[in-house]
Structures are given as C-alpha cells and as structure tokens.
Design a binder for this molecule. Structure first.
Ligand code: 5GP
Ligand code: ZN
Length: 143
C-alpha cells in the first residue's frame, strides 16, 4: 500500500468522510467504523507512515498527548472506566490498514472487550539476560 491508495490518507485529505474526534497540525483521530466498544477511536499521524518503524521523529509526543485527551474524554462522556491504547505493526500482529495508527478503546470492569495475553516464562534468568543483551545491542545500533 502506498500513500496514493491509503484509505487513512484519503480520510486525512477529506476525500472519505470520518467521525472526527480530535485534530491538530500533526495528528487526526476519528471513530473506528467497526468499534470494539462505542467510542473506539483511531489516532494517527497525518504524514503517512506504514508502521511504528516509519514514524517521523518528533511526532510521538503529539500522538501521545492526543491519546491522553481522548482517553479522558472517553471517561468523561462515553461511560468508560478505563481504556486501552493498542497499536498493531505488520499483518502478523493484526495490522490491516498500513497507515500507522493507535486504537484507543474504552473499557468497563469485566467487559472482556480485549482478552489479555497468556503470561509465559523464560527457561532461566540467563536466557532472559542473553535476549535482553541482544536487544540492547540492536537498539543501540539502530540509533
Ligand atoms: P488495524 O487492524 O490495522 O490495527 O486496524 C484497522 C482499523 O481500521 C479496524 O479496526 C477497522 O475497523 C478500521 N477501519 C478500516 N477502514 C476504515 C474506514 O474507512 N473508516 C474508519 N473510520 N475506520 C476504518
Ligand atoms: Zn496513509
């Protein structure tokens, strides 16, 4: 998917309508067409980025602040007691629209809207430390 046939870019350009919840210079947020719960909002950078790996430096704070405001609004007017911020990268992680976006999903006690992952275990602390070391080196290399 390129910028030209990206459905979220078309929404940002106003070519396709959306139910807008928030907008600033860098960020747009609108209701998901197929909500996990009423108020389920998508928050995205206006500049096309396919996944989090493509996010332009400097946009993260605007996105986080938008999610903070929307989470508060969901509690104020949409009956949410809590909310999840979920973000999928690549098809294997459930990403269907290849324009980076966060889902802000309103939650109520016991609603089972999102089921949690099953907590696992490392074989031992050495295995955990070895993996952490590999990740630390890779993160440092990526700059
Ligand atoms: P993903 O699986 O990529 O993380 O989530 C994509 C989300 O976009 C889905 O929850 C889907 O319902 C929503 N979506 C897809 N197309 C449209 C659209 O044209 N308008 C709106 N408002 N939501 C859309
Ligand atoms: Zn796009």
């Amino acid at each position: 998917m390129t910028v030209d046939n990206c459905i979220f870019c078309k929404i940002i350009k106003g070519e396709i309508p959306c139910a807008k919840v928030y907008e600033d210079q860098d960020v747009l947020a609108f209701l998901d067409l197929n909500p996990a719960a009423p108020g389920h909002t998508l928050v995205l950078p206006k500049k096309h980025a396919a996944t989090l790996l493509d996010l332009e430096p400097g946009t993260g704070d605007s996105l986080l602040q938008a999610m903070r405001k929307i989470g508060g609004a969901l509690r104020d007017v949409a009956g949410a007691e809590g909310f999840n911020c979920v973000q999928n990268n690549f098809a294997s992680a459930g990403q269907e629209v290849m324009h980076l976006h966060w889902h802000v999903i309103p939650r109520r006690e016991g609603d089972l809207v999102i089921t949690a992952w099953r907590p696992g275990k490392y074989a031992d602390m050495a295995q955990m430390a070895q993996l952490a070391g590999q990740l630390l080196a890779a993160v440092e290399k990526s700059g």
